[in-house]
Design a protein around this ligand. Structure first.
Ligand SMILES: *Cc1c(COP(=O)(O)O)cnc(C)c1O
Length: 475
């Protein structure tokens, strides 16, 4: 009894008092308020400063640390070095920004610690998540019977899709070496990772020929499938991209969907980057045909501007996703029978998971869709504006931006073009007001502009244009 009392006294410190909560909350809120208020002037990239040693020098220990010291460690160790993904100046890779209300959604979700794995335990949380999945499914023209899962990101969504395709098409171990997957070399690398993790590394993987805009040529897909069937192979999956990472190109989804249906292939669309452009009239036209797919991955932490940590998988055939992911265990027997609503635990590898729905639901409710649509249309226009302006500065450009990525490079009067463009990129990064990245296209070092942060506006693009103008002057 004495031991229990003693342990309780110490253990109760895990529940801070109202005053303690207030002090820490205010410390964190003050810091994050300052961060947002200064977001337009703090650098998008800080490459000079080395990763701080503060975390390594402060091991986890028995005794607590005082708040001011903790806050200063965070400021020094976390937010000073490297890329600042919250900045509107982030124009590399695929940015998004991080909508403020998502953080408050996470705050609420963490404090109430609602369980969003099984309908029986968290009916409200599960229903909210399913409603958001349904909304996204309908946006893509999927039927009401479609199901899905809120994932940590696009990589996991693609992985679950590929596992589902494998099982649905009955690619058992005896068939793997004859099974064929069709995709473009421009597909995101997480798809190749997913193929390997799903045990499909020994499948035949065909890289489809691409047109001048780095999109799959559908006629070639059809003839490859026919030739493979004649050889006794088992074509079972085609992956298309709705927005490639390199160039933002959208594969011809309609034509690929028709061919996949004809040959009974699983058709998966990786729309991790471009999916929510479906909220725009233009995007709906470009992504036409996504409704023919069997599954798609889409990232609210990209084209809905949320902070990192939210992707989504949608699958048309409920049974297929369920068959690949459900499991029943003795200790879960109480949860059976609550079949009114599908449960995330039956449709994904996760059991206990973060209640991710609230970080999407709260901003959508508090802001409405209008500003999201406007921001997406703004990004499309900004990419086209940059595409026009950069040519006026004498740059060579890649394909016309189908969504919001532009590739471009400068050919100097003398010297190696690849080395020069690398130097250009480093010059922009060193300045740090904006951040750009690069890629290789047909052996050429290309600079990339990816406009997708909700904080990126015309003035941001003008900073980059001015930097590129001055860096290439006389070259
Ligand atoms: C970002 C991205 C992914 C990977 O998604 P994560 O959310 O980073 O895991 C997959 N495909 C495309 C086209 C992407 O842009």
């Amino acid at each position: 009894m004495n031991e229990l009392e003693e342990l309780e006294r110490e253990a109760r410190k895990l529940e801070p008092t109202a005053n303690e909560r207030k002090t820490v909350r205010e410390g964190v809120v003050n810091y994050t308020e300052r961060f947002i208020n200064e977001i337009e002037t703090i650098p998008a990239f800080e490459g000079e400063r080395k990763a701080s040693e503060v975390f390594l020098n402060s091991p986890v220990s028995e005794e607590p640390m005082a708040l001011p010291q903790v806050l200063s460690m965070l400021e020094k160790g976390l937010d000073e070095p490297g890329l600042n993904p919250a900045s509107g100046g982030h124009l590399g890779y695929i940015p998004g920004g991080g909508i403020y209300y998502s953080a408050l959604g996470d705050y609420w979700a963490d404090i109430t610690n609602r369980y969003a794995g099984i309908f029986f335990a968290g009916p409200g949380a599960v229903r909210m998540e399913n409603m958001l999945i349904q909304w996204t499914a309908e946006l893509a023209g999927y039927p009401k019977t479609a199901v899905g899962n809120l994932t940590s990101g696009g990589s996991i969504a693609n992985l679950s899709a590929i596992v589902t395709a494998r099982d649905s098409k009955k690619i058992t171990s005896d068939k793997i070496k004859k099974a064929v997957i069709y995709l473009s070399a421009e597909v995101h690398h997480c798809v190749f990772k997913a193929i390997r993790i799903a045990g499909l590394g020994e499948c035949v993987v065909r890289h489809l020929p691409l047109d001048d805009c780095y999109r799959i040529k559908p006629q070639e897909l059809e003839s490859l499938i026919s030739a493979d069937k004649q050889q006794g192979l088992i074509p079972f999956l085609v992956v298309a991209s709705a927005g490639t990472t390199d160039t933002g190109s959208v594969d011809p989804l309609q034509a690929i969907g028709e061919i996949a249906a004809k040959h009974k292939l699983w058709f998966h669309v990786d729309a991790a980057y471009g999916g929510y452009f479906l909220l725009t009239e233009y995007g709906k036209k470009v992504l036409k045909g996504i409704e023919l797919s069997d599954s798609f991955a889409i990232d609210p932490h990209k084209s809905l501007f949320l902070p990192y940590g939210l992707g989504m998988l949608i699958v048309k055939d409920k049974e297929a996703l369920y068959n690949s992911h459900y499991y029943q265990a003795n200790y879960m027997q109480d949860t059976l029978g609550a079949n009114e609503e599908v449960s995330p635990a039956d449709l994904s590898p996760e059991l206990t998971k973060h209640f991710r729905g609230l970080r999407l639901w709260l901003p959508l409710k508090l802001l409405g869709l209008k500003p999201f649509r406007a921001a997406l249309n703004e990004k499309l226009l900004l990419a086209r504006y940059f595409y026009d302006e950069i040519q006026k500065l004498g740059f060579e450009v890649g394909p016309y931006p189908e969504l919001s990525v532009v590739t471009y490079r400068f050919i100097p009067k003398s010297g190696d073009a690849n080395a020069f463009n690398k130097w250009l990129m480093e010059g922009v990064q060193k300045d740090g007001r904006v951040f750009i990245s690069s890629t290789m296209l047909d052996g050429k070092f290309m600079l990339r502009l990816a406009v997708l942060s909700f904080r990126t506006h015309k003035s941001t693009i003008d900073i980059l244009l001015e930097q590129l103008r001055s860096l290439t002057m006389g070259k």
